[in-house]
Design a protein around this ligand. Structure first.
Ligand code: ATP
Ligand code: MN
Length: 487
């Protein structure tokens, strides 16, 4: 009897104990949902949650082409980014101010949220192996010259040498560059330098229209756009695009016979006497319908300077760009002035990046870049560094049509750096098209863009200035032309 009572008591204790543990866990779980985030800015700005460099990058095996096209035409996915967005089709900006419980990609809950500039910093060993170990080479001087305010200093003396080296130093190894949706190669040069390489895919004269037949997500990147973007950015005085040079490579000698990347080599084939490859990237770009072909053995490529990681990990972090031209994202800002709220919010007005984003809008209007869904900043400087203009391959597609909606950050915020406005005005004195032509004239693949694109630069400069001046007319010079948004 005594034993029976004891067993009964133990069972009651155990049951009550288990019940208590469950109740506590549920309470903690509920409380956590409303817990304030460590990095408030992070939440409000809609920092990107996708692991862009995750192992899913090559998902060609599971791809069903028709399915992808069907989904895209229905607007369910518009490109790789949208397909991966964890938030479904709503914009991050529209999300309620209360933080949601965060989850990892496999659905389990994250313990502690790191700021965006720390996330993923140690996830890619490959980013660590080109660090500054001297200052003899132009690329090393470039790495040392990177600052919080710009990728390189005004009038950097090593720049011509750096561009020349990118175009001529012997290539010692090549492989696929993982990350992003389109084909990119990773070149190692004999001087220790490293470049991100985009191959030529269509002739300079090809005009991508951006209509129902030529939707923005199917636009293949242009190697020459990366080069022209570097020169334009330098002339506009931003210095936020990494140096890029053109180069003519021998695909057989410099990749087929040199690369150790078997996955890449497996995609090589000959077509009509030209050496071609497919590469590994998003399945709607890397397939038999989109071969990348040399002329015989020769192929034009863009060689863009790799950024240093400054001590390990991916050198940059990215955040969602509020004025993205994505089909769904643009619905948010095309119908309403989203900047009114940003200008009242210290999270947005603190520091430099809202003014940088306004300049990014100007830059993307010039190059007509529909691919700016995110913006990049250097991990080293956290929120204090300049916004970078990386990935300009979809720019310079159509020189005949100007899309003023790229200027939404200007006409919605009606703020622009005074120094930028004055610099743009100065550029009208000596024609921007002439400066661009002359700046790019030494490139090995000059003429880098067609005359129509150069003429578009002059026309678009006028439109940018008119847009700023309209703001000045309404709000007054001192309200519009500012150097900082902090009060
Ligand atoms: N010069 C650089 N140095 C270091 N990393 C870079 C550089 N340029 C780009 N990256 C990184 O590589 C990623 C992929 O490059 P990029 O955006 O040009 O590729 P993409 O295929 O055009 O991408 P997407 O599909 O997003 O348009 C960038 O998001 C950035 O993180
Ligand atoms: Mn791109």
């Amino acid at each position: 009897m005594f034993r029976f009572v004891m067993r009964f008591k133990t069972r009651v204790f155990v049951s009550v104990g288990v019940l208590l543990i469950f109740t506590t866990l549920s309470a903690v779980h509920l409380l956590k949902q409303f817990e304030a985030p460590e990095d408030l800015e992070d939440t409000n700005l809609g920092f990107d949650r996708r692991a862009r460099f995750g192992p899913n990058n090559g998902r060609a095996n599971t791809w069903n082409k028709q399915e992808t096209y069907l989904l895209m035409s229905k607007g369910q996915i518009s490109d790789e980014r949208h397909q991966n967005d964890s938030g479904g089709n709503e914009s991050q900006i529209l999300k309620p101010p209360l933080p949601r419980p965060r989850r990892t990609e496999d659905g389990s809950k994250l313990k502690k949220r790191q700021p965006a500039w720390e996330r993923g910093s140690s996830s890619k060993k490959a980013w660590d192996d080109q660090e500054i170990v001297g200052k003899g080479h132009p690329w090393q001087q470039f790495h040392l010259d990177i600052s919080q305010d710009a990728l390189y200093s005004e009038g950097a003396l090593y720049m011509d040498d750096l561009l020349r080296d990118l175009a001529s130093v012997r290539i010692v190894n090549t492989s696929m560059f993982q990350g992003g949706s389109q084909v990119k190669l990773d070149f190692r040069l004999a001087d220790g330098n490293r470049a991100i390489v985009k191959p030529m895919r269509s002739p300079r004269e090809f005009v991508y229209k951006y209509n129902n037949d030529e939707p923005f997500w199917l636009d293949q990147e242009r190697h020459n756009a990366e080069i022209a973007a570097f020169h334009l950015d330098r002339l506009l005085g931003f210095r936020r695009v990494p140096p890029c040079s053109g180069r003519l490579i021998n695909l057989t000698q410099e990749i087929l016979l040199k690369s150790k990347d078997q996955e890449l080599l497996n995609t090589f084939f000959w077509k009509d006497g030209n050496l071609c490859f497919i590469g590994k990237c998003a399945p709607w770009f890397c397939n038999e319908d989109h071969p990348i072909c040399a002329q015989g053995h020769l192929m034009e490529v863009s060689m863009c300077q790799f950024l240093p990681s400054f001590g390990g990990g991916i050198p940059i972090f990215e955040m969602e760009y509020p004025w993205s031209q994505g089909v769904k994202e643009s619905q948010v800002w095309k119908g309403k002035n989203i900047c009114v709220d940003y200008l009242k919010d210290p999270v947005w007005t603190r520091g430099r990046f809202l003014l940088d984003l306004i300049e990014q809008g100007i830059f993307d209007f010039f190059i007509r870049n529909y691919d700016r869904h995110h913006f990049d900043m250097m991990r080293k400087y956290k929120r204090l560094g300049t916004v970078l203009f990386l990935d300009n391959g979809k720019g310079f597609g159509n020189p005949h049509v100007d899309d003023t909606t790229f200027l939404a950050p200007i006409y919605q915020c009606c703020k622009v750096r005074r120094s930028t406005y004055l610099h743009l005005k100065e550029l009208t004195q000596l024609r921007l098209s002439d400066r661009m032509r002359s700046s790019m004239s030494h490139d090995p693949i000059a003429p880098v863009v067609t005359e129509d694109h150069l003429q578009a630069m002059d026309r678009r400069l006028e439109t940018v200035l008119q847009t700023i001046e309209k703001c000045i007319h309404v709000h007054g010079d001192s309200q519009v032309l500012v150097e900082t948004l902090d009060n």
